[in-house]
Design a protein around this ligand. Sequence first.
Ligand code: N01
Length: 537
Amino acid sequence: MSRTDVRQTEVDVIVVGAGFAGLYSLWKLRNQGRSVRVIDAGAEVGGTWFWNRYPGARCDVESVDYSFSFDEQLQQDWVWTERYPAQPEILEYLKHVADRFDMRKDISLDTRVLAASYDENAQQWTVETDTGETLRSRFLIMATGCLSVPQVPSLEGLDDFTGTVLHTGSWPSEPVDFTGQRVGVVGTGSSGIQLIPEVAKQADQVTVLQRTASFSVPAFNRPLDPGELAAVKAEYPERRKRARASAAGVERGDNPQCAFDVDAAQRQREFDVRYQTGGFGLLGSYADLMLTHEANATVSDYVRGKIRDYVDDPETAEDLIPHGYPLGAKRICVDTNYFQTYNRDNVELVNLRKTPIDTFTATGVRTSDGVEREFDVICLATGFDAMTGALNRIDIRGVDGVALRDRWDAGPVTYLGLGVSGFPNMFLLAGSGSPSVLANVVTAIEQHVEWTADCLAYLDDHGYTTIEATPEAETEWVEHVNELAHQTIFPNAASWYIGANIPGKPRIFMPYVGGIVEYENKCNEVAGDGYNGFALK
Ligand code: N01
């Protein structure tokens, strides 16, 4: 059938997105006896892990935790090879999950959802796709990911560049060979910090165009030895329970003390141990690191000192040291040899705060000091239109044809990150107002999917056909999310958490900072109270 033929399909639930959230939704809802169709624009399942296949792409949560817990045999059978999983391994895992649970028959790949509209009379969603297929369902689940719409900033002259332009968030499916190439990289967030050391190993010359320096800590990635993996597997269910009962969705051994409960020498020891362990654990050193600037300065200064230690050239080191925002207020990066890469002869750092980009040219870039640099390839590691981007790109219309993007023109409003008033029977997974991106997102996703599945079962059991967040509950939740955020120093950075990376995007702190366990308790309380704050009909 050609892509322009119109086909109509009816299922119980349409799920948009075939990443972690979409796949688990399919498994869970199918096991409830529902017919489900998952739709994804990618040519393969995997979501983020399908598109972000740039060299060096690796998760910053440990593999044994960044994985599904819903099937004991799956977690016993799957063998992770490294402490932090690389993108190809995560993608293989998700493909395995899709095959193992015979999911593919209910997944439409290479299919983009263009629009979704709610018919109040029929109490149904109609979803239009770019293949010509139109689907109808009672429930619509948006598993569209928080970081799935690559952001290409408007960069003067970039269109004139005659070489290759790549974006980390939509990397080509064939490996890119940088041998003999002169490469410019824009962006030094998590993606840039992972990409740069790998490209530097291959390319003739790498020029990093840095606007804002990032706080980054080493991953100390390594192969997982079989004994270690066996020990995790021996107590997997307990480990998962502990993760779910934590704030970060992963065990981090958070220290309940505050930074100034101890003296400087003890703080140094605590930071040393955690830093040497690698990864996010450093953020768990003291309970108030994200609560006061004074406490945060202790860990920020510690990491600044490490950057000075790594980088041979003192001027380059100073340019790489972040200032002006607290560590953690932008997601801390986890790297492998990032700062050491600047000791290579073929890597140059351009500090755009000192010499901003004047313009890109046909052959490269010119900075404000008149210096021209020539590139064969420009890699944009410039991030994403986070949390709302994917939803706002779909023409989602609820009751009375109101568009979600209009409802959200002053910023996203949700109840529990899960529901939006005026959009009955639509569930957002890992959405704005949920802890998703501030936690191990797989833990967050599992909680969301389970809550949603339980909710659908409740509706059936009690003879309801629709559920919709009330405007009052939604307003209260958004206020609560913001109030909590403003009790911390998270909002003190121009981060994607507040939409600051997208020109014109409303500045609203989007994620829930209260942590997984608090959030889940609240969700369970709402459910236990007959879905208080939702209107059920
Ligand atoms: O994007 P970012 P990302 N001129 O928005 C720069 C997750 N993730 O893709 O800060 C010059 O963090 C921008 O500079 P500035 C993770 O949650 C996880 O790196 O705006 N520069 C910044 O340096 C992460 O937080 C993993 O001044 C421009 C960079 O581009 C999130 O995804 C790996 C510019 C964007 O950084 C996003 O990370 C990768 C311009 N016009 C990603 N516009 C892991 O699991 C933007 N920049 C490890």
